[in-house]
Design a protein around this ligand. Sequence first.
Ligand code: NDP
Length: 259
Amino acid sequence: MRWDPTGRVAVVTGASSGIGEATARRLAALGMTVVAVARREDRLAALAGADPRIVPHVADVTDTAAVDALAARVAEEFGACHALINNAGVGGGAFRGRGDVDDALRTIDVNLAGAIRCQGAFASLLEASAPARVVNIASVAGKLGVGPAGYAASKFGLVGFSEATGLAWAARGVTVCELNPGFVETEGFPQTQMKRTPLGRAIGHPEDVARAVHEVLVSGRTERTVPTWYRAVVVFRHVAAPLYRAVIGRMQRARGTRD
Ligand code: NDP
């Protein structure tokens, strides 16, 4: 049965910029009440000022008590949560050694543990609001081990968490989607290096991902890659892993990013 967003309640984390902001705007335009979550209060206030259906809520997804308080507020004020979009995330830096351990752990705490905290806090409300949706914004980096290693680890973890909870929660009327964007230009991911390469033309916009979120909410799909052609690379990596690694190694040597 078609899932109609109109009049339903969504929670979008990381809504103060980039993909989360575009998603909050799109879902509100569809007639959803959108609880927009992030740490930067001024940005959330500006977003809410543009659409009365957007409700700002300041919270840090690494703070379990703050996430529990968010879920309690949504239950009390709106009585339902039909869609949880776990989007809050940070990029993190290269992992070269001991000096990078804290950065990698911090990245995992926001990107993976943050989504786990939110999904846990909202579980019973989602079930009570069924049919309900969770959309976890992972990444193509959660399928291909490239880029900052802490980031890839956080997204591989989020892909696994989404798949396992998706299978387990279907019986509760809650679908869980791993939505995997490729390169998108945003504040946290300016794609500076990528813009200098021929792949620069493949860099997408936050609205592309927001449109995909809308699609999976309606369809109930449990996996989506944006843009869809990136999926060919993911399939290549899984069916021919040694060949994939050889190709990536050659590209890195050509770019001087590997010995
Ligand atoms: P932005 O930097 O524009 O947005 C990140 C958002 O996450 C901000 O709203 C930020 O808000 C929020 N955030 C960061 N840390 C926390 C925290 N501890 N608690 C609550 N909110 C937090 O980046 P994008 O829009 O590009 O990223 C959104 C998601 O998309 C991320 O999960 C990212 O990994 C994923 N993604 C992005 C890709 C890209 O190329 N851009 C590709 C694939 C996936 P604030 O600072 O106000 O808290």
